[in-house]
Write a protein that binds this ligand. Structure first.
Ligand code: SF4
Length: 89
C-alpha cells in the first residue's frame, strides 16, 4: 500500500514538472516581445498609480513587471490596451 502511494506521488510530481514546462513553453509563445512589453511597462513606471517597490499597480493590484508581457491584458485606466497576437504553428 505504501509503495503504491509513493509511486502515485512520484507520478504526480512528474506530471507537475511536465505541466510546468508546457506552461512555460506556451507563455514563451504567447508573451509579447521585450520591446512591445517595455512600451507598456514604461507607461506604468511613469504612472502615479505604480508602486516601484513591488512593481504593482495600485488600481488592479497586478504585478506589472509580469502583466505587461500578457497580450490580452490591459490597463484599468485605459493607458494601454490588449493586443492581438497571431501564433504560428
Ligand atoms: S496598469 Fe495603468 S493604472 Fe496601473 S500602473 Fe500601469 S499605467 Fe498605471
Amino acid at each position: 500500500m505504501i509503495d503504491k502511494l509513493k509511486q502515485r506521488m512520484r507520478d504526480m510530481a512528474e506530471t507537475a514538472v511536465v505541466l510546468a514546462k508546457k506552461t512555460e513553453e506556451i507563455f514563451d509563445q504567447l508573451k509579447l516581445s521585450d520591446e512591445q512589453r517595455n512600451v507598456r511597462y514604461d507607461m506604468c513606471k511613469a504612472c502615479d498609480r505604480f508602486n516601484s517597490i513591488t512593481t504593482q499597480c495600485k488600481v488592479c493590484h497586478c504585478v506589472m513587471s509580469v502583466k505587461t508581457y500578457l497580450p490580452n491584458s490591459s490597463c484599468p485606466l485605459k493607458k494601454w490596451d490588449a493586443v492581438v497576437v497571431v501564433v504560428k504553428e
